[in-house]
Design a binder for this molecule. Structure first.
Ligand SMILES: [Zn+2]
Length: 469
């Protein structure tokens, strides 16, 4: 089956065709390490993870690169405010970022290049653009990109540049500027006092790179002049991604990324997240309220990436319940030691579910549809188990399918929980008493265990325990 993806560049659904058979190169814009990322940032990273995991599921080899912006206006400003070196400052937030990524079960990228370690590549790209007449030197040794020289400027965001305002000077040094103004942007920023001790002595001048040039230089270094997929949040379409295209294609004359995928905003209680509204949450804030990373991950991925996601704490509770439903089925399947039931029928159901899951995901990662398939299947398997219609072989096959599905979703837990030895002894003791028909004593142990948060269920398969809160 063919994977179809929505390409921002063409505004169409397109069949995904990799440049190299069986392999895919992905670049996604990473964090600026000047604070703790908020959950909106993690929506973008979870989306890329879902895409990558699904490509792996389909048998592609994936090479994924994500940059770390460790020098820009904000990192310099805030490290100075604290009076520590840029490196010490950014290292703190880089570490926090990796901890969060691991907590959210996001597969690591193949490389996380840091901007400060790729100044040479950025200088080369800037020099190339100067040589081709796409860039010009300004006063003091800064270099600007001349957007009028790039024919397709504005194409990615579908905006007519001629209709946009140009700034008074026609160019900006700030890394970020508004969507209403198209401006020549800085590729290289000449040193200014405000940069303190952050600068590089280069052939261009003493200074530092602009933000946009970083992604062009590093993506091409690791993935080649043309690569398959570029991802990012929708807020990056203009100007950041448009500028990346202008820089890369302006220098190489080749198409930069073939497919551009953008995830929508995350809202909090229906509003844009902002510090002043008091609805600004980092992942740490959410976990500190006692929510599990799996619930957060489930919530972030369960809305289609091109739809706005409304983040609420009720939503996290619902996500938690969904994850628990799947984990409970897994526990039940793992507990099946015998049992009847026609294996062939279950096999058929497994094949049908896998096919439906794939065709949903092939449709531009239609996750709501895919999850509906998973839960319908789980429901059917639960009733089979309740009716004692699940053989040990079937249970193993169902578990295998769930594992395969979870290689995409990354939210389930397959580890069999173990009880402490002492508790386990009590469970066994109760079993013995029950077999000997000493029910009163057996019940006593049962309530004793309940107090410890262990619930025992007698099933035709034998005794089953689960933790309760
Ligand atoms: Zn970028």
């Amino acid at each position: 089956m063919v994977l179809k993806l929505h390409n921002t560049l063409t505004r169409k659904m397109e069949a995904f065709k990799p440049l190299k058979k069986g392999a895919v190169g992905i670049y996604s814009c990473g964090p600026t390490v000047y604070n703790y990322p908020h959950i909106g940032n993690y929506r973008a990273y979870v989306f890329v993870d879902l895409l990558k995991r699904y490509l792996l599921y389909k048998g592609y080899k994936a090479k994924h690169i994500m940059n770390i912006t460790d020098v820009d206006d904000k990192t310099i400003r805030d490290s100075q405010k604290e009076g520590i070196s840029l490196k010490a400052f950014t290292t703190r937030y880089e570490k926090a970022f990796f901890e969060d990524m691991e907590a959210l079960n996001i597969l690591p990228a193949d490389a996380y290049p840091r901007a400060t370690e790729h100044i040479k590549e950025m200088v080369e790209l800037t020099k190339c653009l100067l040589k081709k007449g796409m860039a010009y030197k300004g006063e003091g040794g800064s270099v600007y990109y001349a957007i009028s020289k790039f024919k397709d400027y504005g194409k990615l965001a579908n905006i007519d540049v001629k209709k946009l305002k140009t700034g008074a000077s026609g160019r900006v040094t700030a890394d970020e500027y508004s969507k209403e103004a198209a401006q020549d942007f800085a590729l290289w920023k000449a040193y200014g006092k405000e940069d303190g001790n952050v600068f590089w002595e280069t052939e261009i001048s003493r200074g530092r790179p602009g933000w946009h040039v970083e992604c062009s230089a590093m993506s091409m270094k690791y993935l080649g002049k043309t690569f398959d997929i570029h991802c990012g949040g929708i807020d990056l379409v203009f100007p950041h991604h448009q500028n990346e295209i202008a820089q890369s294609e302006g220098c190489t004359g080749k198409q930069f990324a073939k497919y551009w995928l953008h995830n929508e905003w995350l809202l909090v209680n229906g509003q844009k997240m902002s510090k002043s509204l008091g609805n600004f949450y980092t992942l740490r804030d959410v976990l500190a309220k006692g929510h599990s990373p799996a619930s957060v991950r489930y919530l972030l991925l369960s809305t289609h990436y091109r739809q706005q996601l409304n983040f609420t704490f009720e939503g996290i509770e619902a996500a938690k319940a969904s994850v628990e439903r799947l984990n409970e089925l897994i526990r039940k399947l793992q507990g099946i030691k015998s049992g009847s039931g026609k294996t062939a029928v279950v096999e058929k159901e497994i094949t049908a579910a896998a096919k439906k899951f794939e065709s949903a995901m092939d449709d531009d990662l239609n996750i709501s549809e895919a999850l509906a398939v998973v839960f319908d299947f789980a429901k059917a398997m639960n009733s089979r188990i309740d009716d004692c219609m699940m053989s040990k072989e079937s249970a193993a096959a169902v578990l295998k399918l769930l594992q395969k599905t979870d290689s995409v979703l990354g939210v389930m837990s397959f580890e069999q929980e173990k009880l402490p030895q002492e508790t386990m002894k009590l469970v066994e003791e109760r079993e013995r008493l029950r077999r000997e028909k000493k029910f009163a004593e057996a019940d006593k142990i049962r309530s004793q265990l309940r107090e410890k948060g262990i619930q025992l269920d007698d099933t035709p398969e034998g005794i089953r325990w689960k933790k309760i809160s």
